[in-house]
Write a protein that binds this ligand. Structure first.
Ligand code: AMP
Length: 305
């Protein structure tokens, strides 16, 4: 079964303590769509300007990503720039230029309405809801968000939460959304706001998954060299959604979600090994399976079998 991914598609300039690279392929939907494409078919919904390099479009096509929902309009593509601190975990946003993204209204091609899995990657929650308005009856809806929307569009976000099956957010955002310092309390509190499942990402410390009566703590794959953490969260969400969609027979169970969280973490661990989506270009499903097995040995999560 395929996944519909909606979110930002942009050009990023990223500075780490070691290197700086400009005008890289980025955006929440770019990372999520490419990650999901390792497991299943992807329908990408987003907007770019007429300055968006054709090579990036060619790359999406090479991943068999359906681009009928990607609008190319006159004007400049969304641009974002960030600078990482020494810990490579925290960063400062240097600039955000919305450009064509400012007036984006996601309009789905009619055949996208029946896509069974939906990943609402990071964009304004009102736009995420607008996408759901155009969907028939998806089997599973996942939403990602960021601190900006908790601060400037909280009511829209709360309305969205009543319509999604799963919310993915990072630890700081979970605390900000709920006012709880304990992540366990924050996870439960977010479940009370609507989603059956909540995944709280903790950067290099892994991820917590909350279900109705279940809880799973997944470590992060230990890496010696991290070159660019940008898009790790989006890659995690895309890998998770893609894995779920490719194992969609029957119910979506907590057991399946636990495995999906591990696959999402594996995809994210590859992504941070190079800038932008560069590592994804050479990645194979065999590399993913090998790292999954290694991760399993390291984490002793054989109970997942
Ligand atoms: P992450 O590292 O998972 O937070 O995602 C980074 C990606 O999010 C970058 O590639 C940016 O282009 C994109 N991004 C940054 N700010 C925004 C925003 N306000 N709305 C949508 N996407 C954004």
């Amino acid at each position: 079964m395929s996944v519909l991914v909606v979110g930002s598609i942009g050009l990023d300039t990223v500075k780490t303590p070691i290197e700086e690279h400009a005008d890289l392929l980025g955006g929440s939907a770019s990372y999520a769509a490419v990650a999901a494409s390792f497991f299943t078919g992807v329908n990408l919904v987003g907007i770019v300007g007429d300055d968006f390099p054709k090579t990036h479009i060619g790359y999406f096509e090479s991943r068999q990503i359906d681009l009928a929902g990607m609008q190319i309009v006159p004007g400049k593509t969304f641009r974002w720039s960030g600078e990482y601190h020494w810990d490579m975990n925290t960063r400062t946003t240097r600039s955000t230029e919305l450009n064509v993204f400012e007036h984006f209204t996601p309009t789905l091609p009619s055949n996208y309405g029946e896509t069974p899995f939906v990943l609402l990657a990071n964009i304004a929650p009102a736009l995420q809801s607008h996408v759901l308005d155009q969907m028939q009856k998806p089997k599973f809806i996942i939403a990602d968000t960021m601190n900006l929307w908790i601060e400037i569009a909280k009511n829209d976000l709360l309305a969205l939460l009543k319509r999604v099956d799963m919310l993915i957010l990072n630890d700081g955002e979970a605390r900000e959304l709920t006012g709880e310092t304990s992540l366990i309390k924050a996870g439960r509190c977010i479940r009370d706001l609507g989603p059956t499942y909540v995944a709280i990402k903790k950067g290099e410390h892994g991820c917590l998954l909350f279900g109705e009566d279940n809880f799973f703590s997944c470590a992060a794959y230990p890496l010696e060299d991290i070159h660019d953490p940008t898009g790790a969260g989006d890659t995690f969400a895309g890998g998770l959604a893609g894995y779920l969609a490719s194992h969609s027979d029957g119910e979506i169970t907590f057991q399946k979600l636990r495995k999906a969280v591990v696959y999402g973490s594996v995809l994210a661990s590859f992504n941070v090994e190079a800038f932008s989506l560069e590592r994804m270009r050479t990645l194979t499903i065999r590399d993913i399976e090998e790292r999954y097995q290694m991760f399993k040995l390291m984490s002793h999560f054989e109970v997942l079998e």
